[in-house]
Design a protein around this ligand. Structure first.
Ligand code: MF3
Ligand code: CO
Length: 275
């Protein structure tokens, strides 16, 4: 069942979303070679709770930590632990916060120091895909319009979307209807209506889109060991268009809108040719 939220509820999700964005930014300032992911998680846990929030992931279906931290070939649901960040790593920070009973969810893949060109392009494609998906999140469109826009941008950049992991409704619960796949046909799927709040979250890979679950039951990595990236916003569908409820702050920033046109490749070569 798809739950449409009142304007008052959307403001509450936005308040949770602001804390989500601040938490991602805060963790972003702590990233450096040598830091463990469990140290980042502990800092995030304190940061969220000091501000009156609850880390939504903690205890969710038995999940053991406050946030998900997914390095390199880990796509999603990396459990913070002894892994030590190194120069050149990609690291996804995925945060859910419950504030006054309402939930927002967002993720951002950071680079640690200097990145290889392929890793940089993967981040750009993930960001552009999320922006393209958000642009389709309008009253009267369908879920498939979002899905198709995401897929088009990712594949035009030469990357792949993971099929088995999807975005979702969010707000009163962490995961609500509908599913928001990152691939699909325009004009298909549930119709988008005013008051829907959804998490759009392209999960993309530099190689094969196949993923495997580790024995811990959570960590999902690429089957071929290729790099992955994940960008997620919680948005509200309003009469005025999509409203991002988890707007970026600090070192986590979305890319320039000029680069966000669906179907436009965002390789360095493509950018040079457009100048
Ligand atoms: N934040 C994740 C999402 O984007 C959900 C994580 S569930 C957890 O949907 F239990 F792994 F934290
Ligand atoms: Co999500």
């Amino acid at each position: 069942m798809i739950i449409r939220k009142s304007p008052r509820e959307i403001e509450r999700i936005a308040a949770a979303g602001a804390l989500v964005a601040e938490t991602i930014a805060y963790v972003g300032t702590l990233l450096r070679p040598g830091v463990t992911t469990e140290a980042l998680d502990a800092a995030a846990d304190v940061f969220i709770r000091e501000r009156g929030g609850i880390p939504t992931s903690e205890g969710y279906r038995g999940y053991p930590k406050a946030i998900c931290i997914s390095p390199n070939e880990v796509v999603v649901h990396g459990i913070p632990g002894a892994y030590t960040l190194a120069e050149g790593d990609l690291v996804t920070i995925d945060v859910g916060v419950t504030l006054d009973g309402y939930i927002a969810d967002s993720a951002y893949t950071f680079g640690v120091g200097e990145l290889e060109p392929e890793a940089r392009r993967l981040l750009e494609a993930g960001q552009d895909a999320l922006a393209a998906g958000i642009a389709e999140a309008r009253v009267g469109n369908r879920v498939g319009d979002i899905s198709h826009a995401v897929q088009t941008v990712v594949e035009a950049a030469g990357f792949a979307v993971v099929r088995s992991l999807v975005g979702h409704g969010v707000g009163r619960s962490y995961h609500e209807d509908p599913h928001i796949p990152n691939f699909g046909e325009p004009g298909r799927g549930p119709r988008l209506a005013e008051g829907m709040t959804i998490a759009i979250e392209p999960m993309i890979t530099a190689g094969s889109p196949e993923v495997v679950v580790e024995p811990d039951g959570w960590t999902i990595r690429t089957a071929d060991g290729s790099l992955a990236a994940h960008f997620e916003h919680t948005i509200a569908i309003t009469a005025e268009g999509p409203r991002i409820l988890t707007p970026r702050v600090g070192p986590a920033q979305d890319r320039e809108s000029a680069e966000r046109i669906p179907g436009r490749a965002s390789t360095p070569e493509a950018r040079r040719l457009r100048r």
